[in-house]
Design a protein around this ligand. Sequence first.
Ligand SMILES: [Zn+2]
Length: 240
Amino acid sequence: MLERYDRQIAVIGEEAQNKILNAKILVVGAGALGTSILNSLVRAGVGFIRVVDMDVVELSNLQRQMLFDEKDLGEKKVIAATNKLKLINSEVNLEPIVDRITADTIGKYALGCDIIIDATDNFSTREIINKYAIENNIPWIYGGVAAAFGMAKTIIPKETACLKCFMKKRTNEEYTARNSGIMNGITAVIGAIEANMAIRYIIGKPSTKLIYIDLFEDDFQTIEVKRDINCTVCGGEKVD
Ligand SMILES: [Zn+2]
């Protein structure tokens, strides 16, 4: 039964593997980051994964969205992704949801989940996730990519900096795959890092730093980010 996870258990041990098998995760987005994240989580044996996305698979997605192929064109991403994921690991309980995460819907989709993983491409959704996660004391993994760079951070309410602590302002001119382009190396890497961060949180060894990578500059950084006691989302108490 556990033979499938033999090499992973050699690193983390059987007790940690059982935590993964019992974990419940919400993945927001089934695009480039989402398919990389889901690929890792399903192979690692996460017990339950709910994935929320509205979009359909388009030809320009195939360059980087690793769970899709040409016969998926026109299919809802969450459906095409879960069909592929079931072939990879039929033991994982997958729940595809065709919908959008808003301030009104996040509560029902995050219900019962141990952790939320951001695989979106926009800051408005990330701000909704951040606020909900802080208010409801649910950890989440932030991840963002554009062109050939990207970053990821584990956010644990009242323990680590939240998104607002280290992103004071955002412009309306966001980097997205549509307006800045995107290389498939960075989505694969940041997605894998986000999945690894979620696994680390689940097994009790959470990542503490912001990870920043630029694959066209050979730039790999780990950055300490502190909580902001004046943060409008998580602040209001003395820290450190
Ligand atoms: Zn904050």
